[in-house]
Design a protein around this ligand. Structure first.
Ligand SMILES: [Fe+2]
Length: 242
């Protein structure tokens, strides 16, 4: 049998299998590589570029047009979909005295506050104040809404685990039913994130954790996190093995 006849037969085989929703496993030999291959590219988003577009969006995009006014950071290697293959990151902008409604979803979120005072996010009834440097966690399926009672814009970085949730076909989102949740607790008195990590690796609990204080797992305020982190850095460097 000639090489041309073999090629023709392979093509017909592939076509006939495709018509029956099958594919020959031998075709995988054409894409198998000896090392992982990614299309994700290194990329730098500059604050001035992002912020000027958020300011323009603040004039053009109201809460009726978009439930959240955010600029998604799209990786140039991912066809404009996500920031990396596992992370969906965006910068969200809340105008002075603006409020956005409560919802929840199957992907989790964390928020690093970048600018502004007077904002807060209520997560499952806990009001978490927003100041630059703070970290707020929103586990999957927790209700959350955002408000800005201040006179300046509030901007934060959102990070979501949306890509793996979408890959598992588990994306879902629903509304709270009322515009905002009733506040049951506040983030006042919550402990620093570094306190948890310090405990989890068996080190002496830091002074910011006091008897009877229940660690908040949603709000990490930068002023209370900074000093314990500096102490932890010194502790790690002095006990580290070469
Ligand atoms: Fe959300």
């Amino acid at each position: 049998m000639s090489a041309e006849a073999t090629l023709d037969s392979m093509e017909r085989l592939d076509q006939d299998m495709a018509a029956k929703h099958m594919m020959g496993f031998w075709r995988w030999n054409e894409v198998i590589a000896p090392h992982p291959v990614t299309t994700v590219q290194a990329h730098l988003w500059r604050w001035n570029d992002v912020y000027q577009h958020l300011v323009r969006a603040a004039d053009l995009v109201d809460s009726e047009r978009a439930e959240r006014r955010a600029a998604l950071l799209t990786n140039p290697g991912l066809n404009g979909q996500y920031t990396t293959h596992t992370i969906h990151a965006s910068l969200q902008h809340l105008k002075p005295h603006e409020h956005v409604s409560a919802h929840r979803h199957t992907f989790a979120a964390l928020r690093f506050i970048l600018r502004g005072r007077g904002g807060y996010t209520t997560v499952q009834g806990q009001r978490c104040e927003m100041e630059a440097g703070d970290l707020i966690l929103t586990p999957q399926l927790t209700w959350h809404d955002h408000s800005n009672d201040g006179d300046d814009p509030v901007v934060w970085l959102d990070e979501h685990d949306l890509p793996p949730v979408m890959a598992l076909q588990q994306f879902a989102q629903d509304s709270y039913g009322q515009f905002q949740q009733p506040v049951q607790t506040t983030s006042r008195g919550s402990v620093a994130c570094s306190g948890w990590s310090n405990q989890s690796i068996g080190r002496t609990p830091l002074s910011c954790i006091t008897a009877g204080e229940t660690p908040s797992r949603r709000c990490c305020h930068w002023p209370r996190s900074r000093l314990p982190l500096i102490r932890l850095t010194g502790s790690c460097s002095s006990s580290a093995t070469p």
